[in-house]
Design a protein around this ligand. Structure first.
Ligand code: SF4
Ligand code: SF4
Length: 263
């Protein structure tokens, strides 16, 4: 039933899709869809504006208009459904996902799991790393995209994990030397990729891989902080505590700041 009431309004022009508003809405009323924040259903928004302060671009405001009435029972049903779907997918991540993700019918090389060690690392060094000029590759496995790596990948086991935004990896010139050596790496874009899917993936990884330490490499732009939120939500959902260091780099490749989890 439509009533005149307060409800969230999202300015499409101002929204950069960073996703910071998503976790602040306890009702789950906002999701990032096609790179923009969207109200999933009018009846899920209570109009109290808990999300407002989280938006770095001022894209959110409370407006008064005719809308479906807030429905607490539907919100509860929706959240329960989300929760059981996530639990199911986490479970599937431990059992089915590795097979599905490790070999797609198309045979794309990106989906073949490989651990190839680093240059000079001994018997496991089946693919000697490229030694271009004076920079050796620090990459020790494949694939690297968050979506393609199953939680059970052997290279994640007890790993020192680097989670990097796509842009940050490209911007930082000494990525291999300073961040890849000795670490497993997962990369993605918090702005254009599916945040909820990544939260589920990290939840499953944190529950199964016994990760020792996490380094998050992000760009200075606000939307990139979504990567840190995704990791935090994965940790919270997995119920584990892992030391995290967050590093912000500029588009010119300088390290702007480093913050450890206790800071
Ligand atoms: S106003 Fe409240 S219920 Fe509506 S989207 Fe914002 S946080 Fe969620
Ligand atoms: S917090 Fe980010 S995703 Fe949410 S409305 Fe603001 S700019 Fe868009």
């Amino acid at each position: 039933m439509k009533v005149k009431r307060k409800i969230i309004e999202i300015n499409d022009e101002l929204c950069n899709g960073c996703g910071q508003c998503v976790p602040s809405c306890a009702e789950g009323a906002i999701q990032i869809i096609d790179g923009k924040a969207r109200l999933v259903a009018e009846k899920y928004c209570d109009g109290l504006g808990a999300c407002l302060g989280e938006c770095p671009t001022g894209a959110l405001k409370i407006t008064e208009r005719m809308a479906d009435d807030f429905d607490a029972a539907s919100v509860q049903e929706y959240l329960n459904h989300q929760e059981s779907r996530e639990a199911h997918q986490v479970k599937a991540g431990e059992t089915r996902q590795p097979r599905q993700e490790a070999s797609l019918a198309c045979g794309c090389p990106s989906t073949h799991l490989e651990s190839f060690g680093q240059s000079g690392s001994g018997p496991g060094d089946s693919h000697p790393a490229c030694q271009c000029a004076d920079t050796a590759s620090g990459l020790s496995h494949w694939p690297v995209q968050i979506r393609l790596v199953p939680p059970s990948a052997p290279f994640l086991k007890e790993a020192d994990l680097l989670v990097t935004a796509d842009c940050a990896a490209v911007a930082y010139p000494d990525l291999h030397r300073d961040f890849l050596s000795g670490r497993a790496v997962l990369m993605g874009c918090p702005k254009f990729d599916q945040a909820e899917e990544y939260i589920r993936k990290f939840t499953a990884i944190f529950q199964t891989a016994k990760i020792k330490r996490i380094t998050i490499l992000m760009m200075e732009v606000p939307c990139c902080s979504g990567l840190s939120i995704i990791v935090e939500r994965g940790l919270a959902a997995a119920g584990v505590t892992i030391p995290v260091e967050r590093i912000r780099v500029s588009s010119r490749g300088e390290i702007l700041d480093r913050k450890a989890s206790a800071d």
